[in-house]
Design a protein around this ligand. Structure first.
Ligand code: TRP
Length: 474
């Protein structure tokens, strides 16, 4: 599709021609597919159901949905527009507006450095489950948690699986063959969708599951606390891949034929619908097996504990488990690849390294950083942090620092940058630069980016930090 500039704003678009090695997405569909593939991952499958179960089910769902259509929308539009306007990835994009904004880009680049290692730890767990089902031992995993906690409590084995996963990810990134892997996405993603829908329907027929369904979809307002909002907000950043520069990069690959507002709505719908279905697949079932306390005490292991029990009831657990964990493995792998890819491209830009050298350096860093969260469930299990009522493992702490502290901070800076330092027109003009775009939510965008989002983020940030320091418990 053509990349000529049809806009009426008079903003020149010659930056595209300066990026010789960058291919633009050919149309809106491929862009949405790529952005959705980045958004869809363990955030939907593993993180969302655990959090929703823990933070009051319907209450969490309601807060999450509200945040996605307001904050998520505003931030994603802003990031994509900044990327397209500058034609650069995060660090350089901010710097191109002036040296004093460069720090925002650097902070943004820090987020995937923290997320990628622990993402690979979960990727290792998924690999272990895939292997277990493939080798016919899947039945053992359906024992209500013993198998899972036994596995993560050993140190050597989880470490081995994590290392294997990291090696796989870095091989793909180092060789620069992500494109091939991403093509397979087109097959595996629809497969994943079909499975999650099928498993959800089955899970709802388990006796006792309907109470769980009620818990999941009916909000009880008394369950909404600051902790719920902080958790939902962190989940929104994580799941929509916001506040870490990736959407800026994707934006820089899109042409002005792409309607940003429409794309953002579609990415949000795809990501949120999948998260919702993943909740359906897991929450009613955890209720059926272990009641409301089981759901509220859910830790990061829900996916690994509840689903095997659902599979075991079907009578063809081995096949179902193998195929399902293959699809999850794939979703985790593609997300981990693009996460690592962001870190590698930052290393290339910043230190002027070749792809291979950058990949090697990033590989070592990620591998080392993946050790503490893995051992946090075994040898280093004593190293916990108590935040509020929750005891956090090392993995939880990394997750907390990235999602509840750094990402709100980056998001706040983006809001101040767009809303105040540069003015919302930086984004609005870019959205309207698409010939057919109306930017129906321009009013919402303006109010959100200047007032509501920064104030809200400030409150979240302060309460997160105070909470993290143990000053108050929420
Ligand atoms: N959104 C992804 C998920 O839900 C995780 C993620 C966050 C991600 N940032 C990313 C994936 C950047 C790829 C690139 O699992």
């Amino acid at each position: 599709m053509s990349n000529t500039n049809h806009d009426s704003t008079g903003v020149e678009q010659h930056h595209k021609s300066q990026r010789k090695h960058v291919t633009l997405f050919s149309n809106r569909f491929t862009f949405i597919l790529a952005a959705a593939a980045s958004a869809i991952g363990l955030g939907n499958l593993w993180r969302f159901p655990s959090l929703a179960a823990k933070y009051g089910g319907g209450a969490f769902l309601l807060v999450y949905l509200l945040l996605v259509v307001t904050f998520g929308f505003t931030l994603m539009v802003a990031e994509i527009a900044i990327g397209r306007r500058t034609g650069k990835s995060a660090i350089d994009a901010f710097r191109s507006f002036g040296q004093r904004y460069a720090a925002i880009g650097v902070l943004t680049a820090l987020v995937p450095v923290i997320i990628t290692p622990y993402y690979c730890v979960i990727g290792g767990w998924i690999s272990k489950y895939l292997f277990t089902y493939l080798s016919g031992g899947g039945a053992a995993t359906a024992d209500g948690g013993g198998f899972f906690s036994g596995f993560i409590a050993t140190s050597g084995e989880p470490l081995g699986w994590t290392a294997l996963f990291v090696v796989l990810v870095m091989l793909v990134v180092g060789l620069g063959v992500e494109k091939g892997i991403e093509k397979l996405n087109g097959v595996v993603m629809p497969m994943l969708l079909l499975f999650t829908i099928g498993i959800s329907i089955y899970a709802l027929t388990i006796p006792g599951a309907l109470d769980g369904l009620a818990y999941y979809i009916i909000p009880h307002l008394s369950d909404i606390s600051i902790a719920t909002v902080v958790a939902a907000m962190g989940q929104m950043f994580f799941s929509l891949s916001l506040a870490m520069g990736i959407m800026i990069t994707y934006g820089s690959y899109t042409s002005r034929d792409t309607d940003i507002e429409k794309s953002v709505r579609q990415i949000e719908i795809a990501d949120t619908a999948l998260a919702f279905i993943c909740g359906l697949m897991i929450i009613p079932a955890v209720f059926a097996f272990s009641g409301v306390e089981g759901a509220r005490q859910a830790g990061p292991g829900l996916l690994f504990i509840t689903l095997p029990q659902v599979f075991a009831q079907t009578g063809f657990a081995t096949v179902l488990g193998a195929v399902f964990f293959f699809a999850v493995f794939f979703a985790a792998l593609t997300s981990a690849i693009s996460l690592a890819e962001t870190v590698v491209s930052f290393a290339m830009d910043r230190f002027g390294l070749s792809r291979r050298k950058a990949a090697l350096a990033v590989f070592v860093v990620i591998l080392l950083l993946a050790i503490p969260p893995t051992l946090g469930f075994s040898d280093w299990g004593a190293a916990t942090l108590t935040i509020g009522a929750a005891q956090m493992s090392i993995l939880d702490v990394m997750d907390f620092i990235s999602n509840s502290v750094l990402m709100p901070l980056v998001a706040l800076l983006v809001c101040l940058f767009v809303g105040w330092w540069r003015g919302p027109d930086v984004v609005i003009d870019e959205v309207k630069a698409t010939k057919s775009a109306r930017f129906a939510s321009e009013g919402l965008f303006k109010v959100m980016i200047r007032w509501v989002a920064p104030l809200f983020l400030l409150i979240i940030l302060i309460s997160s930090i105070l909470n993290g320091l143990g000053v108050v418990s929420i």
